[in-house]
Design a protein around this ligand. Structure first.
Ligand code: NAD
Length: 500
């Protein structure tokens, strides 16, 4: 595959991308497209030092002015939406519509952050002391380290960077070693925005290329005030305690195991479409992918029949072809993990349809699969595990209490949904004793969240929240200020100390 045309819009040249040790392959057909230079410990330390120096300037720039830089970044993204979306498709294997959708999400978060840059406000709190005012102020935090996963190679950076920058922080980004090219493209667009902005400090947002070790270097660096890490629960288990050990802050966005409950009153057409997009979209490689279908016995047969029919009509192929809905898995390891999961499901009594490799004649080094539906007798160990592939486990239920218990019984807690036309069932699902996930939807599937809401999940998903609502608070530190404008010095709690 000739990468030249794809990188040219970002001012990148093939010469600069063929010198290093990190081989980048496109999952479309497995061909190598670049060999990137990786940054070692000394270079990463220097990047953090530059970021710290940039922070010390940037934190004093008024927030609405900081917003202007993010507005310009949004403009660059609008101009290059097609080119960046296509590069995402080539590097991560997403179909074109999803690659462009990911860039649209970047544009949306930039717009959100620009508005936010005039709304970073704290509270004024009633003081118990006369002649006193108490308030909260929010201040920039420092260097934000962003570690991202392959499956949202550009959006995750923008969710973090747009907010971090308007909040007055600097950013060092370690993208996935599977998708570093798109990171270099984003950096090029950011630098164009910087030039148009004019007076931003050097090193305000940087990219470091490398694998796990490069990520660890950021994790262990005391100058990195917040580590925002997106990836597997395995990664979060390593990162969380290490950041905590140095009393740094972490924001963890880890694996999901998302379920849709379908009740007898559900609109089955709506449910079928939502399950199809949720389970098959992005080849099952979204953190919010629908992995479990918990369906009432009364409608189970009808719904599974509809799903099998819909699955049979899905076009599998190159993500660059217009009518493709299901592109490749990221690599051979992902395919092997999928086959291992299906083997385990069979051993646990599951009945598997689909899940085989396809198109290997055309793409010997591309890993395309038919999506799998696996009917399980119970929620056995294989169902508890997030396998990053298009596998949908189907489980039956009799009462809504059972369905909610099944939904909550897995270690992850990211996204969940119920399809019902019964108000009581919907409210029961959303109540404190309902879904235990960070995202709980009614008559909408588990994947495809809007940026306006806080995004993230509970339990082994890590507890972090990014994107909309008040997620910005994770990127700032809070100070409580009490101001005495009286001539006395009353103590809190009415304490008298050394006076009459
Ligand atoms: P991964 O865990 O293999 O890698 C993610 C990133 O972490 C990469 O940049 C990697 O280099 C880095 N990394 C790995 N070990 C590290 C360590 N010990 N210290 C520092 N950095 C380390 O994940 P992946 O295969 O790229 O992505 C898929 C996973 O990401 C899935 O589990 C998916 O659910 C999850 N994900 C979660 C969200 C979310 O918002 N919750 C979003 C996207 C993806």
């Amino acid at each position: 595959m000739d990468i030249r045309d794809l990188i040219e819009p970002f001012g990148l040249t093939t010469d600069s991308l063929q010198q290093g040790t990190l081989e980048v392959r496109t999952p479309i057909d497995g061909t190598p497209v670049a060999r990137l230079a990786e940054q070692g410990p000394t270079q990463i330390d220097a990047a953090v030092a530059r970021a710290r120096a940039a922070f010390e300037v940037w934190r004093d720039v008024p927030a609405p002015r900081r917003g202007e830089l993010v507005r310009l970044l949004g403009e660059e993204l609008r101009t290059h939406k097609d080119a960046l979306g296509r590069l995402v498709s080539v590097e991560a294997g997403k179909i074109l519509a999803e690659g462009q959708g990911e860039v649209q999400e970047m544009i949306d978060i930039c717009d959100f952050a620009v508005g936010l840059s005039r709304q970073l406000h704290g509270l004024v709190i009633a003081s118990e002391r006369p002649g006193h005012r108490m308030m909260e102020t929010w201040h920039p935090l420092g260097v934000v380290g962003v570690i991202s996963a392959f499956n949202f190679p550009v959006a995750v950076w923008s969710w973090n960077a747009a907010l971090a920058l308007v909040c007055g922080n600097s950013v060092v980004w370690k993208p996935s070693e599977k998708t570093p090219l798109t990171a270099l493209a984003c950096q090029a667009l950011f630098e164009r925005a910087l030039v148009r902005f004019g007076d931003a400090p050097q090193g305000l947002s940087q990219v470091v290329i490398g694998g796990r070790d490069a990520g660890m270097r950021l994790v262990d660096d005391r100058r990195v005030a917040l580590v925002s890490a997106t990836g597997s629960t395995r990664m979060g288990r390593e990162v969380g305690p290490r950041v905590a050990a140095r009393f740094g802050r972490s924001l963890l966005e880890l694996g999901g195991n998302n379920a849709i409950i379908v009740t007898p009153s559900a609109d089955l057409d709506l449910a079928t479409r939502a399950i199809l997009f949720g389970a098959v979209g992005t080849a099952g490689q979204r953190c919010t992918t629908t992995r479990r279908l918990i369906v009432h016995h009364e409608v189970r047969e009808a719904l599974v029949a509809r799903l099998k029919k819909a699955y049979a009509s899905i076009r599998i192929g190159s993500p660059l072809e217009a009518d493709t809905l299901l592109g490749p898995l990221i690599d051979r390891a992902a395919f092997d993990a999928m086959q291992a999961a299906l083997g385990q499901a069979r051993a646990e009594g599951g009945s598997v349809s689909g899940g085989a490799r396809t198109l290997q004649d055309r793409y010997p080094e591309g890993f395309y699969v038919t999506p799998a539906i696996v009917e399980m007798p119970e929620q056995s160990p294989c169902v508890h595990h997030e396998t990053f592939a298009p596998i949908l486990y189907v489980l039956g239920y009799d009462t809504l209490e059972q369905a909610i218990a099944l939904q909550n019984a897995v270690p992850q807690g990211l996204s969940s949904a119920i399809f019902t036309n019964d108000l009581r069932e919907a409210e029961q699902f959303l109540a404190a004793s309902g879904s235990d996930c960070g995202i709980a939807n009614v008559n909408i599937g588990t994947s495809g969240a809007e940026i306006g809401g806080a995004f993230g999940g509970e339990k082994e998903t890590g507890g972090g929240r990014e994107s909309g609502s008040d997620a910005w608070k994770a990127y700032m530190r809070r100070a409580t200020n009490t101001i005495n404008y009286s001539r006395a010095l009353p103590l809190a709690q009415g304490i008298r100390f050394g006076d009459d």
